[in-house]
Design a protein around this ligand. Structure first.
Ligand code: NAD
Length: 362
């Protein structure tokens, strides 16, 4: 194996706590024969603002560009909520996605059999859920210009954002989604609001054309986003792979995460043509930061995605996923997934249990 470079960005709030658990596993894997990597740590978000005056220092971008993979904790918190938008921690996150051109966000929502009863939905609805949400990540309304808040001549204020997609931006993420569907059940549902928004009318046109031309073997369907939000609760098992815009994907993937019981369980991968960033889908959870109770499993599962997609270590990825399953089988739970009869543990104990399961080759 060639020598790899990993950049770790713990960020804010629980970010540092959950990334510390990932580091234990990365350090241990890195000491094993056949695996060679260098791990560096960098600044992003509110902690970067405190140290440098900006949420995304140039140095972080440069190091991320050179890295084979980036692992991120989370950014944000009330301490920085009063800053100008351009300096907020979340701008750091949007900024790094844009700088690395990470246009494809893979968010798998799988229900762990052990956690079915932690879902707010009935067992018969969530059992067996395995949905992959492919969210466009570097364009759409989160990046469109013009944007801002202006004061009109009559004194009223007006806020505005722009939803825009070019055909190549739609095609490249749709292509990734068709490819992902091919590795799964060969079903892709493209979610838009083509009945109201011209931009997503174009989205539908481009996805349909690409499907007809290059992926005739994949069953493609289309759904309006309001219906998709409803269908995800009514009958989530109808979905295999979903592809959608930045804004719709943000919302639908959080909805899908709750089907599985906890936002603390879900990893994600953000892929571009040259770089990749892996992170849990949750935020910095300021309400529990510093208490040692955050669930580190979404971050450990993000490490598994990183090993599989960027570091050519699919067997090690499988091992981490097996180890996570094993600790759940043992009845260990952090507070967010606690169930009657289970044993509640904190962040460090959960990380240690996964590490022990890995070392024992479960
Ligand atoms: P959040 O995901 O941080 O928290 C939502 C709820 O889920 C909270 O009750 C929290 O305690 C809980 N939660 C989240 N992760 C958990 C974990 N690993 N273990 C146990 N419980 C967990 O979302 P929010 O409260 O809307 O946002 C808080 C801050 O995070 C904001 O500043 C927001 O902008 C930022 N944010 C960052 C990211 C990111 O870095 N990718 C994503 C979303 C929100």
């Amino acid at each position: 194996m060639t020598h790899k470079h990993i950049l770790v960005l713990p960020g804010d709030g629980i970010g540092r706590e959950i990334v510390a658990e990932a580091m234990k596993i990365l350090d241990w894997l890195g000491s094993r024969p056949g695996i060679q990597w260098t791990i560096e740590e960098g600044l992003i978000g509110g902690s970067a603002y405190d140290a440098t005056g900006v949420p995304l220092p140039e140095e972080t971008v440069n190091r991320a560009r050179k890295a084979d993979a980036v692992l991120l904790g989370a950014v944000g918190g009330p301490k920085w909520d009063r800053l100008d938008f351009s300096l907020r921690p979340e701008r750091g996150l949007l900024g790094i996605r844009k700088a690395l051109d990470l246009y494809c966000n893979l968010r798998p929502a799988q229900v762990f059999a052990q956690l079915i009863d932690a879902s707010p939905l009935k067992r018969e609805i969530v059992e067996g859920i395995d949905v992959m949400v492919v969210r466009e990540l570097s364009s759409g309304i989160y990046f469109g210009e013009p944007r801002g808040i202006e004061t009109l001549a009559d004194g009223r204020r007006r806020g505005f954002n722009t939803l825009s997609y070019t055909t190549d931006e739609i095609e490249r993420v749709a292509r990734r989604a068709f490819e992902a569907a091919r590795k799964r059940k060969n079903k892709l549902c493209s979610v838009d609001k083509a009945n109201v928004l011209e931009t997503t009318g174009l989205w539908r046109e481009v996805v349909s054309e690409l499907g007809r031309r290059d992926y005739p073997d994949v069953t493609l369907s289309h759904m309006y986003v309001d219906n998709a939000a409803m269908q995800l609760l009514r009958n989530p098992r109808q979905f295999d792979c979903i592809v959608t815009t930045n804004l719709f994907g943000d919302i639908l993937s959080d909805e899908a995460s709750m089907l599985t019981g906890s936002i603390g369980m879900l990893p994600s991968a953000s892929l571009g043509d040259h770089n990749a960033l892996y992170e849990p889908i949750h935020g910095s959870a300021p309400d529990i930061a510093g208490k040692g109770i955050a669930n580190p499993l979404a971050t450990l599962l993000s490490v598994a995605m990183m090993l599989r997609h960027s570091l050519e270590l699919p067997k090690e990825a499988d091992r981490i996923e097996r180890a996570v399953n094993h600790v759940l089988d043992q009845g260990l739970r952090t507070a967010d997934i606690m169930q009657p009869g289970a044993r509640e543990v904190g962040t460090v104990a959960m990380g240690d249990a996964v590490m022990k399961a890995l070392q024992e080759e479960v």
